[in-house]
Design a protein around this ligand. Sequence first.
Ligand code: SF4
Length: 255
Amino acid sequence: MTNNLIQWPRAKYWDKAWNPIIGCKPCSTACENCYAAAMMRRFGAADFSPRTTTRVNPPRSGVVFCGNMTDLFGEWLEPFDSMEFFSRLFHFTRDGSPRPNEATYLFLTKRVSRMADALCNYTDVPNALFGFTAENQEWYDRRFAEFRKIPTKFRGWLSAEPLLGPIDLGLNHVYPPEAAPFQWVVVGCESGSGRRPCPLEWVESVVEQCLDAGVRVFVKQICLPDGRFVNTLLDFPKHLRIRQVPWAKKGETKK
Ligand code: SF4
């Protein structure tokens, strides 16, 4: 590994969350210990079925995670069946009034074909990074096959969290780096008391593949060989202290 540039100090890579919908339905292995469902249970909600909220408009500054308590591209709600919902959603990522929109919007889904359908009506969605989650090789292969149908300009990132198996990203023949299928990868083990195993080698492999291909990588959290869960960089082995992000901080240009 040649590059251990550190750009982001915290394990949480976003500043604000925006949830026009909360609640979701499990759709794959990664959902078994769903963070959002656990969070809602903690706050006393008995029901995790998807529903709209009053948070219609997203924040206009910072790094905004759109839908960390749901999958915004789920198939269950009526608004998702019309393009109106996405028109409204993407309007905010474009809109420059009354002041410039300084936010970076992160969209993430496990329903990649739904994301592809939503994006096919757009030529550009500025300030937004679209990505998908993959927890192991099987789900990577299945979702990546759909992700490749999305125009290159929209293909932003991959979240390999929770990492539940080794993943060959297939980046080894990608050249130049701009041709990579995504520009950024977040990788991390599962969190919580019931977390499933994630040997360090799986994380190391993802990091190595990204660095070799010139794709930015962000190591969020890991499980050490002694079983400890850690998300503070100083607790990581030196070669995994890497938290690159694809957006520029204020006053800084993208590298
Ligand atoms: S897709 Fe995400 S929010 Fe929905 S159940 Fe799975 S882990 Fe939870």
